[in-house]
Ligand binder design. Sequence first.
Ligand code: ADP
Ligand code: ASP
Ligand code: MG
Length: 404
Amino acid sequence: MGLIVQKFGGTSVANTERLQNVARIITETYRQGNQVVAVLSAQGDTTDDLIEKAREVNPRASKREMDMLLSTGEQISCALCAMAIEALGFPVVSLTGWQAGFQTNSNYSSAKIKTVHTERIQAELDRNHSIVIVTGFQGLNKYDDITTLGRGGSDTSAVALAAALKADLCQIYTDVEGVYTADPRHVKGARKLEEITFDEMLELASQGAQVLHNRSVELAKKYRVNLEVLSSFANKPGTKVKEVVKRMEKTQISGVAKDKNVARLALVGVEDKPGIAYRVFSLLGKEDINVDIILQSIGRDDTKDISFTVKRDDAEKAADLLNEYKESIGFDHIDVDKEVVKVSIVGAGMVDDAGVAAKMFGALYDADVNIQMISTSEIKVSVLLDENDANAAVQAIHDKFFGE
Ligand code: ADP
Ligand code: ASP
Ligand code: MG
């Protein structure tokens, strides 16, 4: 018996039958004597459909109005779920992000949660003994305007709520049975992990494994939230995400991830003198454009090339910005390549194992895949590849590390 936060993703609430299934999971948990707060995403493709609708009206709509629109998807699923629970005869109340006390900063479309004022939820739980259903993905800023947390942000709503309520458990219910060694929908032989560390999960999520929103993992680590990922369709144990795990079998890495949201920019013919990298990357930083992998070529004829990756949506903005300062920075031209993908391997043990990166590169060589850029850290190795090579590359790397 305790306080449990359960989050249900878009596929899990996509239609009436699935909403009724979710209502059964929630009420069963309540019936066992727990207090239950459920955080829901919008149904199925609702958020994508709303974005499409907005584009038809105004392709350059302000982010404030986009957030006003997108937050409605979660309201629909929550109200419907509450109705399904009412029909089963349990006390229930659904709340929007602001009713639930989510205070965020004003960064529309990718707002960060500042605090969650839990008084209302606590009262519903303690005084009314209600099941509480909360809209994921949204909050309110200091101007009382609705904000959203970025795509996939309902996971973060759930973990933030679990932390604020000091919940005993936060369960992320989704459409696969847990966290796998690679996306089980696209990689043959992907295996479910019983456990994974916060650090490895954070890295996998940041490198494209959308099974958890990366901010949710950061919060879970910071506030020591007892987190688990499991399926809303199969009644089976999922994956526990925790500080320390015991590895059943000795694998060198915990997973492979693919990130399509990336573009490569190359500044060609840059003057070979001090201060250029500083100019380029401080200009980008001021505009909040995050740079990931950076590669600088050896100079020739007093010039060099600087290549780097940014999020795909930021590519044009970054190129326009640098072109504006072309004379003062001193370069010949910029190439932009959006047909690239980043593939990463993640594993806490690789820092002590010099052979891991070589093994990954060997798999790519065997699959005849050319590597454009490489970056490494204590816990991951990432390579930038041609988009057309990505699936074969992920499969080859996965086979190499996890094959029979
Ligand atoms: P939800 O709507 O429940 O939030 P998401 O679509 O955001 O679900 O995330 C679940 C999906 O993440 C899965 O359907 C799967 O295709 C994908 N995925 C990518 N990498 C992994 C991984 N390593 N383990 C599990 N699922 C993964
Ligand atoms: N509905 C939002 C999205 O599709 C938030 C979420 O599902 O987590 O991104
Ligand atoms: Mg998700």
